[in-house]
Design a protein around this ligand. Sequence first.
Ligand code: FES
Length: 322
Amino acid sequence: MNTGNHTDTSMPLTVTDVQDLADGIRGFTLAQPDGTALPAFTAGSHVKVQTPSGSVRKYSLCSNPFELDTYRIAVKREDGGQGGSLSMHQQLKVGDTLPTSAPDNAFPMAENARSHLFIAGGIGITPMLAMIQSLEHEDLGVPWKLIYLSRDAAYTAFVHDLKAYGRRVTVHHDHGDPANSFDLWPALEKPAVGQHVYCCGPRPLMEAVRDMTGHWSAKQVHFESFAEGGEVKPDDKPFTVQLASSGKSFEVPVGRSILATLREHGLDTPSSCESGTCGTCRTRLLEGEVDHRDMVLMPEEMDTQIMICVSRAKSDRLVIDL
Ligand code: FES
């Protein structure tokens, strides 16, 4: 969990391999400069790295958690982004140093699960790879299935590796046509006892899975998103957030989260995923109308709670219990 040092990329790792995994997706292998073991992590963990552009980005570890000589991350090039992933693609080479954080897990596998269903969209496959390798390594006989959705084969990383798992893996391409969307309902209609579902991918996929799992126990449905701080929407506007304890108010600008705004003003408040999926930054709402953008809160909680890493205000002012 982060408690303010969320951009602490103080572990310098060496890039030992760079591979093109699919169109627009590049894999990087990282190791300690002296070849010693890396900090342990559990499947679903991410690290933050300081990209060559200077910005900090979060990437899931997609390597086997039982092999700590290297970490592997896969980076999708976001041409319309803020340059972080582009600089990873264009500038990072074998032998370079990449400032990296210790691993943190905002998307852990349920330890008591009787079976796992993984639903990945595009680059959302990365945490699932660590989960699958972890399950296979432990070999405890816990069954799993993966549904891996992407636009076209050319943009789909790791398919060759996944072939080894045979019929446990379903790969589907919609070729950009919603009429070809994969029907997830047969997989989600009847949750088995002890089954857990994990979804990582674009927002519409996560929303579809959330909508189709309304009859599941919320504890058995897990999401991970790479959209740190949430998405910027065209009609976003600045608003004021006021802290109940001190009465202090801060302006939250467009493109910056409440969490980031509070940290800029020196307030230390816990977080982990920073993308509205883990629940760590849950905060009591005292006044104001929220534009909820998380994947955590139940409808009955929305009048009294807010996830400050992604959600914004519909009203001009929010008062939160901090
Ligand atoms: Fe995970 Fe906000 S830090 S929901």
